[in-house]
Design a protein around this ligand. Structure first.
Ligand code: ADP
Ligand code: MG
Length: 572
């Protein structure tokens, strides 16, 4: 194929413009991004080769090589990972494959980025970070197992790229950055060492560089010859320690190291909210280093959101996409689980059903929930920050994780008629502050707080000073189906027909009054019913209203109004 020039997807170009106009204050991270891609690519070939040795082409000396060429002004990042064919280059580099990136770009629309650089800082731009320091990037890559399928991609980041077939003897990818004039410092050995040490020390493969030093000339006996002068000697040095951070004792790991590893593994630019690092022994042996992020990713509620716990077996990478390690309602968790029990050649399909994985999951969930409980107990303000990001996801657990329902029901929070907007009450607090004559827990469902606040259903509750929980998340409909009582108190929707708010005396008094009214106004009720005929099931006197003249209520066994709306929207 001849060389062809193609345009970037619009979103890619927008992203590139942001990157090039340097919204990052920290340009060093371009190297972390490229090294992390190289390490991901080696992970992949390593895994694939478990089932197909031929892919290795006899080259399993894993490494990432950095080549700083001062005369050419280029820095090359070379890996012997899985490589890409032309279709993959186009897919991965020319378009935004990740739905999260697209959602992120949508989110940025209409915002003034110069004033909000942290917006982009929250998000990893991966490969495109190269354009912060380079005015031209050349990528030459060859997919493993296909000697004739090398390709060369090149771009100056100005709207288009070129792509063509080329020759490449060895498997893997070379990315060459033609550094901008003012970015030549990235060719300096000590600058590079510093960045690798800081951001990529724990990468499991050697990150190497040819280092040339002047050495005094030595004799055959290995001793320095006095006055013999110096010669230049080049050796390949490894710049990182390669120590898997999760295997090290907690006491030796600094906050900063934990943070850097989080950023490496999560592609997040923020600090994690909580770090959970422990070893499990007994029925299942594993080490886990997992993190609760500070912010929810943009694609948390999208169908193709990938979970972020990587699975290793005895320090060997297995997959970054082990669905079964955490339940869906904890899909925001990031980190690593390293098992000692699983076989190395475990297939991704089997993982889903594996009992060892199920044991790990159970243990991990317990640990995460207890960490959240502790946070809530000790630092409620902090917990609120977490809850504002992930509350609606966590609530899904009430419905889907029966075994942990007890724990979860103490972790979920609701706005209510007694909290300000954006503040919450837990079920426990709710029950504690119930007036003595209140017997049940009341809630109302609907799409927004302001809508609920105006509901006539609430009048009687205000009057009685009974607190009503506002359930405004779509998931709340499932929550109340599974959570029917708390500490022996039933959860009761305020718009259901069988509401019982009065004490015995109050009831008797009202009944008497109502009988009287009925006699007097039965004609009116009959008339209204006649007029509305097919639209209502019944028209009756109510003692639940205080200020409004009338309201609609659902049948005791029927669907409530909000659920009806949701089902209607789903075309049921
Ligand atoms: P991310 O790493 O978050 O997926 P990047 O922008 O860093 O996003 O990379 C985009 C994609 O390009 C990667 O997912 C991968 O498929 C591909 N890629 C990038 N660098 C390499 C590489 N060195 N070897 C193989 N594939 C790569
Ligand atoms: Mg990347």
């Amino acid at each position: 194929m001849t060389k062809s020039t193609k345009k970037f997807e619009t979103e890619v170009q927008q992203l590139l413009d942001l990157v090039i106009h340097s919204l990052y204050s920290n340009k060093d991270i371009f190297l972390r991004e490229l090294v992390s891609n190289a390490s991901d690519a080696i992970d992949k070939i390593k895994f694939e080769s478990h089932s197909n040795m031929d892919l290795l082409e006899g080259n399993a000396d894993w490494k990432v090589k950095l080549i700083a060429d001062k005369s050419a002004g280029t820095l090359t990042i070379r890996d012997n990972g899985i490589g890409m064919n032309m279709a993959e280059v186009e897919e991965n580099i020319g378009t935004i494959a990740r739905s999260g990136t697209r959602a992120f770009m949508d989110n940025l629309k209409g915002k003034n980025l110069q004033d909000n650089p942290e917006l982009i800082g929250q998000f990893g731009v991966g490969f495109y970070a190269s354009f912060m320091v380079a005015d031209k990037v050349t990528l030459i890559t060859r997919k493993s197992g296909d000697k004739n399928a090398a390709c060369c991609w090149e771009s100056t980041g100005d709207g288009s790229y070129t792509i063509e077939d080329c020759e490449k003897e060895t498997r893997g990818t070379d990315i060459t950055l033609h550094l901008k004039e003012e970015m030549k410092e990235y060719l300096d050995e000590w600058k590079i060492r510093g960045i690798i040490k800081k951001y990529s020390d724990y990468v499991q493969y050697p990150i190497v560089m040819d280092i040339t030093r002047e050495e005094p000339v030595k004799g055959v006996d290995g001793k320095v010859i006095e006055g013999g002068g110096t010669i230049e000697k080049t050796t390949e040095e490894t710049l990182n320690s390669m120590k898997a951070i999760w295997t090290r004792p907690k006491s030796e790991i600094t906050e900063e190291e934990y943070e850097e590893f989080y950023k490496h593994i999560s592609h997040d630019y923020d600090k994690p909210f909580r770090t959970i690092h422990y070893s499990a022994e007994g029925t299942s042996e594993f080490k886990a280093l997992v993190y609760i992020p500070s912010h929810k990713p943009f694609d948390l509620f999208m169908r193709d959101h990938k979970k972020g716990i990587h699975l290793y077996v005895k320090r060997v990478f297995i997959t970054d996409n082990c669905e079964a390690l955490v339940p869906d309602y904890l899909r925001f968790m990031k980190g690593v689980v390293d098992s000692s029990d699983l076989p190395l050649n475990v297939s991704r399909e089997i993982l889903q059903e594996d009992v060892q994985i199920k044991r790990i999951e159970k243990n991990l969930v317990g640990k995460i929930l207890s960490t959240l409980a502790e946070t809530k107990e000790k630092t409620p303000e902090d917990y609120l920050k977490f809850y504002r990001e992930f509350g609606p996801v966590l609530k899904e657990g009430i419905h889907f994780d029966f075994a942990n329902k007890e724990k979860l029901q103490d972790l979920i929070l609701f706005e209510s008629s007694k909290t300000d907007s954006g503040n919450f009450v837990s079920l426990k607090e709710y029950v504690e502050r119930m007036p003595e004559n209140q017997k049940e827990i009341y809630y109302i469902t609907g799409p927004s707080r302001s809508g609920l606040e105006n509901s006539p259903h609430l009048e009687i509750f205000r009057k009685k000073s009974f607190e009503v929980l506002y359930m405004t998340d779509p998931v709340d409909e499932w929550v109340v189906q599974s959570l029917t009582e708390y500490e022996g108190k039933k959860l009761h929707a305020v718009d259901r027909g069988d509401l019982e708010l009065d004490s015995e005396e109050e009831k008797k008094e009202k009944e008497a009054k109502q009988e009287e009214a009925k006699k007097q106004y039965q004609g009116v009720l009959d008339y209204i019913k006649e007029q509305l005929k097919d639209q209502v099931k019944e028209v009756r006197f109510s003692n639940r209203l205080t200020d409004s003249a009338c309201c609609l209520v659902a049948d005791q066994h029927g669907l409530n109004a909000n659920m009806e709306k949701i089902l209607k929207a789903m075309n049921q």
